[in-house]
Structure formats: structure tokens, C-alpha cells
Design a binder for this molecule. Structure first.
Ligand SMILES: Cc1cc2nc3c(=O)[nH]c(=O)nc-3n(C[C@H](O)[C@H](O)[C@H](O)COP(=O)(O)OP(=O)(O)OC[C@H]3O[C@@H](n4cnc5c(N)ncnc54)[C@H](O)[C@@H]3O)c2cc1C
Ligand code: SF4
Length: 523
């Protein structure tokens, strides 16, 4: 192979995992190549158009997969520089300390990780700095703790959300400010990069003020002369040497042309579903079940959280612009009545009528989606789903993806929703409508809830789990494949259990940790 195609490190995928790893290893001076199947998200007015983003799916992949029954699945995922972080809501949570140990749920056991919270803590701190996280340490009752404050002050609540926070406090709860990765300076709004708009969660940021993996990491890594990025390069498979212990070729599709590249170290970071699919497609004599899959766990234990959006609709409008500032973790580990974990309550970005029409909820006669959206508080509820080996990614002979998933551990989630509904009924009376305000804009439809369907793979994780035992895990504690000496995986697939907070900060922190391991290996 000619020298131009040989690298010290090839990183496949430029999202939360791959982009952050590139940032860390850039300083090694080694020849590093990032391969990304998509292109840059174009900067254009459509970035902030609800119709283009939510109805036309302008930036989503057009690829289709299938579910376990063979039904076509159109995944809500994005292939571009920065990966899904270009579209995320940038709620950047640490996992709870307890999430690293074994936890008993009503639906089964959430297994322990091979590393502890203390192992990841310094990397969480670094990731919070790199991704400009705004928050207040210690407000969250389940906060795992850190000696270092957040690098920026918490993003303030708008009046309706502040009122809700006060009401929750009055009920004895501990609402807190969501740790957010946005470049907002509330002390100097004129100079602030972020303008605090209503098109953040689910949208790319037109003014590059969202702390995504491209802006915070890939762009920085590319300022080093030893780092390069090739876009529109979809990695098809990885090939090994005769012993099967070393990846020797990275086979890439570039707009229909097949290219071959090689590197001393290959890091896969395509997102949990695509990384598993890539390893499963890379079968060979030495790896008949797929690359690095002696354990037969690759593709298995897919998790994506049990997620719902719950719209609480009042007679009074909710004029909030940037809604995603408040969260509740009081029921994360259970409640007085229910001694099992329930999960996390926070917000999605403010919904509008156009966004609602994409998954149109039940509508009361005479009311428009627009009116519903103007009067709703739009909660996001997350509970932990448990690893089940039969919830899995498989590929057929042509490499097409099937995602088989049966929901589990749902009781805690149902109870979490019931809990929030009961809390909302105890809100303080509004000065115009009294308590009837919270009894609904419509006579019966106070709450409109919707479970996120299988296609909503935003929180995908778990398909290439790490662990100490090569019989039950594909990666070791450094995220190196047990079966291959130069292969690492750093996207969300390494999670052995998913916790119930958003995953991105943990993926970023782990990529920094693996990056440090690679820096010493490269020396
Ligand atoms: C709308 C939305 C909102 C979200 N909000 C939040 C939030 O508020 N907080 C939070 O923590 N998380 C949030 N998430 C989830 C978060 O974005 C993901 O957890 C995170 O981006 C996953 O990182 P990753 O590295 O595993 O994969 P990704 O970031 O998806 O990166 C994978 C990359 O690999 C590339 N790729 C895939 N296959 C190949 C291939 N064969 N060859 C080359 N390249 C390939 C992809 O194009 C992509 O760039 C949200 C996600 C979405 C979609
Ligand atoms: S300007 Fe701020 S609120 Fe608006 S999309 Fe960008 S980061 Fe999000």
C-alpha cells in the first residue's frame, strides 16, 4: 500500500466519540485520519426551519433498516461531520455514581461497569470544559459530585419554567438546572455567540453556538498539521492479517469508488448501531461471527432508553422560548411508594404545531396543533432499559441492518409519568384561571403523552459492551477489542448498562480516557 494511504491512527466516525478522541490524540504528532460517511451540515436558513427539519427530515439519513418483523424502519439519525451532536439538545449529564455499579430494577438487573465513577471523573471534568457546559454543581440531588465547578454558570429559567421550579420546590422536590453545552453568555447578551433561540434541540445551530463535536473537537483537531478528515467516506468493512489479531485494511466507499487504507491503530466510532453492523459485516475465517466477536455479544444488548414526551397543556399559554433548562431527578432511584429506579424528568425544546404534525398526537375537536403547542409544557422522560441479548443489531448477506427490540423495564417509566401528572395537578393556582388552568385547555386532554418509537434511536448504546471477561464482553476496560490487538471502539456501544440520563457526556469523557491510553501506547 502506498505511504499516502497509511496512517498511525484511523478514526471512523466524527461524532461524540470519534470527534472527541480526535481532539485528544491530535497533539501526539502522529498521522491521524478521520473518516466520516457524511459531509458537513450546510449552514443555511433551513437549519432553523421547523418544516425542513421535522417534516422534510432534510438532514436525516434517507437510509432504511428493518425491525424484527421485517417492517421498514426509517431511523431518526444523522450522518455528518459531528455526528448526532450537530442535532442534539446538548444536555450534558454525568452518569450517577451508582450507575457504575449493579442496580436492581423492577424489570431485572442493570449490570456494573468495569470502571468506577472515580475512574471517569477527571475526564468528565475535561469534557465539561471542552464542551462549555453551563450548570450549578450540587443542585441535583443525585449529582455524583466533583471538586471542580462547572466551567460556566447555569442557563437561567424563563418565567414559566421558573414558576414550575418554584412549585416543585414548594412540593418538597429538588428541581435543578440542566447542564447545557451552549455558548451562551447571559451577562453579555450582545457579545454572546448563542442567542437563546427556540430551534436548538433537534436542529443544527446556524451560528455555531452549540457545543457539538464538530465545533468543539473536530475543527480544533484539524488545526494540527498531522490530522486530516475525509468526508463522504463510508467504511464498508475491516480486514485483518492471517492471524486475525490485527486490522490491516480499512475498506471505504467513496461515492461508489472503493478505497483501501491502513493504520497501526483503528478506532471505530460509527454510533452503537452502525459500529456493530460494521464489525458484523467484517466476517472472515478467523472471525466467522464478525470481527472481535468471539464472545457473540457484538450487536446484542442494544439499549436506547425508555423515552416519552409528555405535553402538559394548560389554559394559560407557555411563552417560553428556550425550554430545556429544568430537570428533576427526585425519582431517579425510586420513591416512597416504589423502591425501584424510575428515571429522569426534563424537557425537550419548545414544540410547535409543525413539529407536532410529524407525529400528530390525539387532537381535541376545534383545536389546532399550533394552539396545543402554544399552551404546553413539553416534558422529556427517560427511564433505563436493561440489556437483553435478544435486543440486537444483525446484518443480512447484503449488509442491511435489522434492529430487533422488545421494550423492557417499563413499569418504572409508567410510574414516573403518573408521578409527573400528579405533581402537575398540584401546581399553584394561576391568577386568571385558578386551578382550572391546569385542568386542561381541553376538557379531558390535560396530558398528551407519546412513547418514542423504535426509529427514535437518538440514545442508542450497548451493542459492543466493554468488560473484564472476554466471554461476556467484546472490549476490554480500555475499549480495545479482546480479540484484536489494534482495534478500539469509542462510541455509545461500549455501555454495559445505560443509566437514565442522556448519554453524550459519558461517551465524550470515555473517548478522552481512551485517548489518554492511546497517547501512551503511541509513544
Ligand atoms: C435530536 C437529538 C437530540 C439529542 N439530545 C441529546 C442531549 O440533549 N444530550 C445527550 O447526551 N444526548 C443527546 N442525543 C444523543 C447524542 O447525540 C448521542 O448520544 C451521541 O451523538 C452519540 O455519539 P456517538 O459517537 O456514539 O455517535 P454519533 O455522534 O452518531 O457519531 C457517529 C458518526 O459515525 C458516522 N458513521 C456511521 N457509520 C459510518 C461508517 N460506516 N463509516 C464512516 N462513518 C460512519 C456517522 O455519520 C456519525 O458522524 C440526542 C440525539 C438526537 C438525534
Ligand atoms: S443559538 Fe443557542 S439556542 Fe439557538 S441553536 Fe444555537 S446554541 Fe441552540
Amino acid at each position: 500500500m502506498d505511504a499516502a494511504r497509511q496512517y498511525d491512527v484511523i478514526i471512523i466516525g466524527s461524532g461524540a466519540g470519534g470527534g472527541t478522541l480526535a481532539y485528544n490524540v491530535a497533539k501526539s504528532g502522529k498521522r491521524i485520519l478521520i473518516l466520516e460517511r457524511g459531509d458537513y451540515v450546510p449552514r443555511e436558513k433551513d437549519n432553523w426551519e421547523s418544516r425542513s427539519v421535522n417534516i422534510d427530515g432534510k438532514y436525516q439519513t434517507k437510509e432504511t433498516w428493518q425491525d424484527k418483523d421485517g417492517k421498514v424502519l426509517h431511523p431518526h439519525t444523522n450522518y455528518n461531520v459531528g455526528g448526532n451532536t450537530k442535532f442534539y439538545g446538548s444536555a450534558l449529564f454525568r452518569l450517577r455514581k451508582e450507575d457504575f455499579g449493579e442496580i436492581r430494577h423492577a424489570g431485572g438487573i442493570s449490570p456494573a461497569w468495569p470502571i468506577t465513577y472515580e475512574d471517569l471523573e477527571p475526564y468528565y471534568t475535561q469534557a465539561e470544559q471542552i464542551y462549555h457546559v453551563h450548570g450549578t454543581r450540587g443542585e441535583d440531588p443525585t449529582d455524583p459530585g466533583s471538586k471542580t465547578p462547572y466551567p460556566h454558570p447555569a442557563v437561567s429559567h424563563e418565567p414559566r419554567i421558573q414558576q414550575l421550579s418554584d412549585d416543585f420546590k414548594r412540593l418538597g422536590l429538588k428541581p435543578f438546572h440542566v447542564p447545557l453545552g451552549i455558548m451562551l453568555d447571559e451577562q453579555n447578551r450582545q457579545a454572546s455567540t448563542c442567542i437563546r433561540c427556540n430551534t436548538c434541540d433537534g436542529y443544527p445551530c446556524l451560528v455555531n453556538a452549540k457545543s457539538d463535536a464538530q465545533t468543539c473537537c473536530v475543527d480544533v483537531a484539524l488545526t494540527f498539521p498531522n490530522v486530516s478528515l475525509l468526508t463522504n467516506r463510508r467504511v464498508l468493512r475491516l480486514e485483518t492479517n492471517g492471524s486475525g489479531r490485527e486490522v490491516t485494511k480499512v475498506i471505504v466507499d467513496h461515492n461508489g469508488t472503493v478505497e483501501e487504507l491502513s493504520a497501526g491503530i483503528v478506532v471505530v466510532s460509527c454510533g452503537a448501531i452502525n459500529s456493530a453492523a460494521l464489525l458484523l459485516r467484517s466476517v472472515s475465517d478467523k472471525h466467522p461471527r464478525g470481527l472481535a466477536n468471539c464472545s457473540d455479544v457484538v450487536g446484542r444488548n442494544y439499549m436506547g432508553h425508555v423515552n416519552s414526551v409528555l405535553m402538559a397543556i394548560s389554559k394559560c399559554p407557555n411563552p417560553t422560548v428556550f425550554q430545556k433548562t429544568l430537570a428533576l431527578n427526585d425519582f431517579y432511584f425510586g420513591s416512597k411508594e416504589w423502591n425501584f429506579p424510575m428515571g429522569h424528568i426534563s424537557f425537550v425544546g419548545k414544540l410547535d404545531g409543525v413539529a407536532l404534525s410529524a407525529g400528530a398526537p390525539a387532537l381535541a375537536p376545534g383545536f389546532t396543533l399550533d394552539l396545543m403547542a402554544k399552551h404546553s409544557l413539553d416534558f422529556w422522560m427517560t427511564s433505563e432499559d436493561l440489556p437483553d441479548p435478544n435486543n440486537r443489531v444483525t446484518v443480512d448477506r447484503d449488509g442491511h441492518i435489522t434492529l430487533s427490540y422488545k421494550p423492557n423495564n417499563e413499569e418504572g417509566h409508567k410510574r414516573l409519568i403518573a408521578k409527573l401528572e400528579s405533581l402537575m395537578k398540584q401546581q399553584s393556582a394561576c391568577s386568571i384561571h385558578g386551578h382550572e388552568c391546569h385542568q386542561g385547555l381541553f376538557s379531558r386532554n390535560l396530558f398528551v403523552g407519546q412513547r418514542i418509537p423504535l426509529a427514535g434511536v437518538a440514545h442508542q448504546n450497548g451493542t459492543i459492551r466493554f468488560g473484564n471477561d472476554p466471554k461476556t464482553s467484546a472490549l476490554d476496560a480500555n475499549c480495545k477489542a479482546h480479540d484484536v490487538d489494534n482495534l478500539y471502539v469509542v462510541d455509545g456501544s461500549f455501555f454495559p448498562s445505560s443509566g437514565a440520563v442522556n448519554p453524550a457526556l459519558t461517551i465524550m469523557a470515555n473517548a478522552l480516557r481512551v485517548g489518554d491510553h492511546l497517547l501512551s501506547r503511541l509513544q
